[in-house]
Design a protein around this ligand. Structure first.
Ligand code: NAD
Length: 290
C-alpha cells in the first residue's frame, strides 16, 4: 500500500518505520519531527495524504486531529482509508469520521495501548471503531504495527474502549498504591503483600504485571526509579477524556473522577510530571491521612 503518515512523534515514528520495513511505501509529515527510517517526507499534511491508499494519523489531541482532518480530507482520493490512532475525545473521533464518510473515505478510529515499547516492537493493541469494511482493510496494517486489534463497533467506539480501559487502570493503580502504603504502615512485608494479593481477589494488571513496588513482582518502572513507562501526565490526559465523555452522556463515574483529581494533583501540584504513573506509591508513602 501507499500510506501517508501524519504525526511522527514518540509513537508515530516507530509505527511508520515498521510499516515501511514491512514493504509499504510510507510518506510522512510532521511539523517538527525528523523522518523515521524508510519514510520519505512530504512538505505538508495534504501532500502526504494525496494519492495514497491510506492515511494514518498519530497526533496529540482532538483539536489537532480536527484541524489536520480539515486540511487532508479534501486532498485524499475517494475510497481511501483514514485511520486515526491518536487518543482523542469520542466527540472529535465521531465528528472526523462523519466528515470522512461524507467525503467518500473509510474512517477507523484506532487508539492504541502498549506505549512506545509496543510501538517500537510492533506489539501494540488497537481498539478500533468504524464500518466493518474499513476495519477489515485496516486490519493488515494493525497486524504489522501491533499484536492484536479489536473491532469495538461503529466510529468512536475505539476511543470509548480506550478511555474506559484507562479509567479502570488509573483507579486500580491508585488502589494498589494506597494499599501498599497502608500495608507498609501495618508492618506487612511488600513481598508478602504481593504474594497474597497477586493470587487473591485484589489482583489486577497494576499489581501482577506492573507492580508499583520496587524489587517486588515482575520488572516494572518501579525498578527503574519510576522513569516511564506510561507517564503520569498521559494517564491524566486519558482520565480527563474519560470524565469529558462521562459528562457528555451523563454517566456517574465517581472512581474515575477521584482518580482524575489525584493524578491532576500529582502532575500539577506535586512531583508527578515526567514520572511513571505507578509513582503514586512513593507519593502515598510520604502522606498521612490529612
Ligand atoms: P508526541 O508528542 O511524541 O507526537 C505527536 C507528534 O505530532 C509530534 O511529533 C508533533 O510535532 C506532531 N504534530 C502536532 N501537530 C501536528 C500537525 N498539525 N501536523 C503534523 N504533525 C503534528 O506524542 P506521542 O507520545 O507520539 O503520542 C501520540 C498520540 O498517541 C497521543 O494522542 C497519545 O495520547 C497517544 N498515546 C501515546 C502513548 C505513549 O506512551 N506515548 C501511548 C498510547 C497512546
Amino acid at each position: 500500500m501507499k500510506i501517508g503518515f501524519i504525526g511522527l512523534g514518540n509513537m508515530g515514528a516507530p509505527m511508520a518505520a515498521n510499516l515501511a520495513a514491512a514493504g509499504h511505501t510510507v510518506v510522512g509529515f510532521d511539523l517538527a519531527a525528523p523522518a523515521p527510517k524508510g519514510v520519505s517526507m512530504a512538505d505538508s499534511g495534504p501532500d502526504a495524504a494525496k494519492g495514497v491508499d491510506a492515511v494514518i494519523t498519530m497526533l496529540p489531541n482532538g483539536a489537532i486531529l480536527r484541524a489536520v482532518a480539515n486540511e487532508i480530507i479534501p486532498a485524499m482520493d475517494a475510497g481511501a482509508l483514514f485511520v486515526d490512532c491518536s487518543t482523542v475525545d469520542v466527540e472529535s473521533a465521531r465528528a472526523v469520521a462523519k466528515q470522512a464518510v461524507a467525503a467518500g473515505l473509510a474512517p477507523v478510529d484506532a487508539p492504541v495501548s502498549g506505549g512506545t515499547t509496543g510501538a517500537v516492537g510492533g506489539t501494540l493493541t488497537f481498539m478500533a471503531g468504524g464500518p466493518d469494511d474499513a476495519f477489515k482493510r485496516a486490519d493488515p496494517l494493525f497486524d504489522i504495527m501491533g499484536q492484536k486489534a479489536v473491532h469495538c463497533g461503529p466510529s468512536g467506539n475505539g476511543q470509548a474502549a480506550k478511555i474506559c480501559n484507562n479509567m479502570i487502570l488509573g483507579a486500580t493503580m491508585i488502589a494498589t498504591c494506597e494499599a501498599f502504603a497502608l500495608a507498609d504502615k501495618l508492618g506487612l512485608e511488600r513481598q508478602s503483600m504481593f504474594d497474597v494479593v497477586s493470587t487473591s481477589s485484589g489482583y489486577s494488571w497494576s499489581m501482577n504485571a506492573y507492580c508499583p513496588a520496587p524489587g517486588v513482582g515482575p520488572q516494572s518502572p518501579a525498578d527503574n526509579e519510576y522513569k516511564p513507562g506510561f507517564a503520569s501526565e498521559l494517564m491524566l490526559k486519558d482520565l480527563r477524556l474519560s470524565q469529558q465523555a462521562a459528562e457528555a452522556v451523563d454517566a456517574d463515574t465517581p472512581m474515575g473522577e477521584r482518580a482524575t483529581a489525584l493524578y491532576a494533583q500529582f502532575v500539577e501540584d506535586e512531583d508527578g510530571l515526567g514520572m511513571d504513573f505507578s509513582a503514586m506509591l512513593p507519593r502515598f508513602e510520604k502522606l498521612g491521612r490529612s
